[in-house]
Design a binder for this molecule. Structure first.
Ligand code: CMC
Length: 421
């Protein structure tokens, strides 16, 4: 193992260098404070690796994303979301018997406790579905008290329960908001069909999900399934590192995802595009505002901490948006506005210099809209997709030989000691 020498105040220490399988390098500073008394300071963690992980690889400069080694382009639209979830959780795609077992369990655990249905009555009708989702996922732990167990079988079962039940909760929050009766999950349907069934079935009639919607949703969920140490995944790891139960850890991730700088950007993008449309499609004005340092406005769906190149997910979603809208015979003026805005921004020096490209949230809302999913549900859809990633990271963290409660330090800059007079 190579190392880097660091000289602090005349004292030289050797810090080991960690090398990843894709040749990424990191300096292991675990002994730094003990040996020198110094800590590192990295607000926003832009230079800080919090863990070693085998799940997802991103090269932001080249626009590469791989789950367990598989390029996202080879997965999106070519495999199922549940197979992708299994891959992220277990490292390999399932064989036939694993696939059957996983699918059977996901179907078996899709119902939530009957008493939980009454919780929906306690939320105001205009509650944001992310608030409902996060609360209901924490509440699941009350109905599954074995969630504290460290038994491997129970851990695996809890992972399945979360994957299976969260989509039911998501669909029920939509039904409640729209004054519609809850539709029970159907054991005959696969994961994506079941979600669409619970969202859009008419209780009086048999429901057949449109294959165009099934394929589109499958694609979007896969594209959202993991993205290494993003804000919500890091939150899940941080909360889970206290050995809090898994439902609580996932609920923390949901809350972190909600913000407009993260998953909430998909809702913010559509709201921004509507605003531009109502403002005579004056794109230039909005690009100008995004560049103006005195304005707090940012081009939503643009920019990324890691990608300094086109987000590979955005590329896939952009082309899928065209196809889905065409197949559904929908002409959405917001798609044209989004494309124009992208064109103007990509030719602008400000965006070019900073490597700001459309991210995963820029075009996804256009597809959700076409599917009939309301804008305030977009981030819930992101959460559904991200569940396997959160769970895979939570499991990896608990099994890591480096496992420790996550507890950053700080540089205190407040009052020095003072006494009450
Ligand atoms: N519009 C205008 N300027 C921007 C934007 C934007 N969307 N994004 C970054 N910049 C500028 C920023 O002002 C800064 O300029 P300067 O160097 O002159 O100070 C420079 O680009 C670097 O930005 P940063 O804020 O230091 O970058 P960051 O890595 O801390 O933030 C980000 C990343 C995603 C929060 C940010 O790009 C942003 O706010 N984007 C809009 C919200 C968004 O679309 N979020 C979804 C992210 S992708 C999916 C997900 O994670 O959920």
């Amino acid at each position: 193992m190579s190392s880097i020498k660091l000289n602090i105040n005349g004292k030289e220490i050797k810090l080991p260098v960690i090398k990843g399988t894709e040749n990424e390098h990191g300096i292991n500073i675990t002994q730094l404070r003990k040996e020198t008394g110094y800590i590192t300071l990295d607000p926003g963690y832009a230079n800080t690796g919090a863990c070693v992980s085998n799940i997802t690889f991103i090269d932001g400069e080249k626009g590469i994303l791989r789950y367990r080694g598989y390029p996202i382009e080879q997965l999106a639209g070519k495999v199922s979301f549940t197979d992708t979830a299994f891959l992220l959780l277990n490292g390999e795609f399932p064989n036939i018997s694993e696939k059957n077992y996983f699918s059977k369990k996901l179907r078996q655990h899709a119902n939530i406790h009957e008493d939980m249905k009454r919780f929906f009555d306690g939320f105001p009708l205009n509650a944001h579905p992310m608030a409902t989702l996060s609360s209901m996922v924490t509440a699941l732990s009350a109905f599954h008290p074995e969630s504290e167990s460290e038994d491997e079988e129970i851990i695996e079962l809890n992972i399945i329960k979360i994957l299976a039940k969260v989509k039911t909760i998501a669909a029920y929050s939509y039904r409640k908001f729209n004054g519609l009766p809850f539709i029970y999950p159907d054991q005959e349907l696969n994961y994506v069909e079941n979600f669409l069934h619970m969202m859009f079935s008419d209780s009086q009639e048999e429901f057949h999900a449109d294959p165009v919607l099934v394929d589109a949703l499958n694609l979007l969920l896969i594209l959202h399934a993991d993205h290494e140490q993003n804000c919500s995944t890091s939150t899940v790891r941080l909360a889970g590192s206290s050995k809090s139960n898994v439902f609580g850890a996932i609920s923390s991730g949901i809350s972190a995802l909600w913000g407009p700088l993260h998953g909430g950007a998909n809702q913010a993008v559509i709201e921004m595009l509507k605003k531009i449309r109502n403002d005579n499609s004056d794109y230039k004005k909005y690009v100008q505002m995004a560049k103006d340092k005195k304005s707090s406005f940012r081009l939503m769906g643009f920019g990324h901490r890691v990608y300094k190149n086109y987000d590979p997910r955005a590329k896939i979603i952009k082309s899928a948006a065209d196809k889905v809208l065409q197949k559904l015979k929908i002409n959405d003026p917001l798609l044209d506005i989004a494309k124009e805005l992208e064109q103007i921004a990509l030719e602008d020096e400000y965006f070019v210099q900073r490597g700001l490209y459309p991210n995963v949230d820029f075009y996804s809302g256009i597809i959700y809209r076409a599917m009939g999913i309301p804008t305030n549900m977009f981030t819930v859809m992101f959460a559904l997709g991200r569940l396997p990633g959160w769970l895979a990271h939570w499991k990896e963290m608990l099994n890591s030989p480096d496992f420790k409660i996550n507890r950053p330090r700080q540089i205190y800059n407040g009052h020095k000691k003072r006494n009450l007079k």
